[in-house]
Ligand binder design. Structure first.
Ligand code: NAI
Length: 332
C-alpha cells in the first residue's frame, strides 16, 4: 500500500524510512507542497502524508478522492490547512500527531525569549570579531516577570512549567483550566486581563476562524509598553502589519516568531540566492528586536522520532480498518 508524502525533506525520509519496518507500506516522497498544481501526480495511493503548509482545500480533496485516496495523514499537530468538511464529505479519514514532544516547542519558545532578551546572537558574532564591548547588550531578568500564556494545552503547559522554574508569575487564558497548573501557581484570567498584565506574552493556542489576528492593533493597545510577544503557534494569530506598526511605535519591545502568516512561500526552503518578494517579512527582519526562526520549534530528534512512529502507526491502523491510539484521528 502506497503513501505519498508532500513537502518531504531529507530528514522526513530519514525518520520515516527508519521506522517503516514490517508495515506493508511503501513511501513515495515529493519535495513540493501539496496543492492543485501537483495533486494529479497521486496514483495508486491509499493515503497522502502532509505537513503544515500543504493546502488540502475542498478542490484538492475532491481530486484525491477521485484517485482512491482514503487517508490524509498530517505529520504535525495543527490541522488548520485541511478542509475537514470536504474530507468528511468524501469519506476520508484524517489523522494527525496530537502530541509529539511538546517540550520541543516549549523549549524553543524559551530559547527565543532568552536570545531576544540577552542578545546572545549578537554577542556570539561580536566576540568572534574581538569586539568585547557590552554596549547594546543590556537585557532584563526574566525572574519575577509576569508571563501571559494563551492556550495551556500540551505545549502551553510545558512552557508554563519552564517559566515557573524561572520564578515568573504566570497568568493564562484558555477555555479549559488545567488543575495541575493551577496548583503549581498559574492564574487563569480573561484574555483581556492577560493582555494587560503580561510583560511577556506567549501564544500556544491553535489557529481557528475565531482567533485569527488575535494579536492586532486593538489587543496590542491593551498591552504594556515594551511587552515581549512570542509566537511559536501559527502565523495567522498575529496581524503582521499591525505588529510592524507597534514595533515602530516602540510599543512592542521584542518579538519572537517561529511562524509567519505567509510562511508557506518562504519557510523550509533555502532562498539565499533569491530575491524575496515579501516586503512584510523583510521589514520584520530589519528590526533589531525581532527574531524570526523558520518553523523549527518542533525540530528535535525526539519529536521527529515520535512524529514518524505515531504517523506510521495511524496509517497502518486506518488502512486495516482499525482505530489508531492516542486520539490521532480528527473527528468532526
Ligand atoms: P493542544 O490541543 O494540546 O492545546 C491547545 C490549547 O489551546 C487547548 O488547551 C485549547 O483549549 C486552547 N485553545 C483553543 N482555542 C483557544 C483560544 N482561542 N484561546 C485560548 N486558548 C485556546 O495543542 P498543543 O499541542 O499545545 O499545540 C498548540 C499549537 O502549537 C498547535 O495548534 C500548533 O498550531 C502549534 N505548534 C507549533 C509547532 C512549531 O513547530 N512551531 C509544532 C507543534 C504545534
Amino acid at each position: 500500500m502506497k503513501i505519498i508524502f508532500f513537502s518531504a525533506k531529507p530528514y522526513d525520509k530519514q525518520f520515516f524510512d527508519r521506522y517503516n519496518t514490517n508495515t506493508g507500506l511503501t513511501f513515495e516522497y515529493f519535495e513540493t507542497h501539496l496543492g492543485p498544481h501537483i495533486v494529479n501526480v497521486v496514483e495508486n495511493a491509499i493515503g497522502v502524508c502532509v505537513f503544515v503548509n500543504d493546502k488540502l482545500t475542498a478542490d484538492v480533496i475532491k481530486v484525491l478522492a477521485s484517485k482512491g485516496v482514503k487517508i490524509i495523514a498530517l505529520r504535525c499537530a495543527g490541522f488548520n490547512n485541511v478542509d475537514l468538511e470536504a474530507a468528511k464529505q468524501y469519506g476520508m479519514r484524517v489523522c494527525r500527531v496530537p502530541a509529539y514532544s511538546p517540550e520541543a516547542v516549549a523549549e524553543h519558545t524559551v530559547a527565543m525569549l532568552l536570545t531576544l532578551n540577552r542578545k546572545t546572537h549578537k554577542a556570539y558574532n561580536r566576540v568572534r570579531e574581538q569586539n568585547f564591548s557590552l554596549n547594546g547588550l543590556l537585557g532584563f531578568n526574566v525572574h519575577n516577570k509576569t508571563v501571559g500564556v494563551i492556550g495551556t494545552g500540551k505545549i502551553g503547559k510545558a512552557f508554563c512549567k519552564i517559566m515557573l522554574g524561572f520564578g515568573c508569575h504566570i497568568v493564562a487564558f484558555d477555555m479549559f483550566h488545567d488543575e495541575e497548573l493551577k496548583a503549581a501557581g498559574v492564574t487563569y484570567l480573561p484574555k483581556e486581563a492577560v493582555f494587560k498584565q503580561a510583560d511577556i506574552l506567549s501564544l500556544h493556542c491553535p489557529l481557528t476562524h475565531e482567533n485569527h489576528y488575535l494579536i492586532n492593533k486593538d489587543t496590542m493597545g491593551m498591552m504594556k509598553k515594551g511587552v515581549v510577544i512570542l509566537n511559536t503557534s501559527r502565523g495567522g494569530l498575529i496581524c503582521t502589519t499591525d505588529i510592524i506598526e507597534a514595533l515602530k511605535e516602540r510599543h512592542v519591545g521584542q518579538l519572537g516568531i517561529d511562524v509567519y502568516e505567509q510562511e508557506e512561500k518562504l519557510f523550509f526552503r533555502d532562498l539565499s540566492e533569491n530575491i524575496i518578494e515579501d516586503d512584510t517579512i523583510q521589514r520584520l527582519m530589519s528590526f533589531p528586536n525581532v527574531l524570526v526562526t523558520a518553523h523549527q520549534a518542533f525540530f528535535t530528534e525526539e519529536a521527529l522520532s515520535q512524529i514518524s512512529q505515531v504517523t506510521i502507526n495511524s496509517i497502518k491502523m486506518l488502512s486495516a480498518g482499525a482505530e489508531p491510539f492516542n486520539n490521532a484521528v480528527i473527528l468532526l
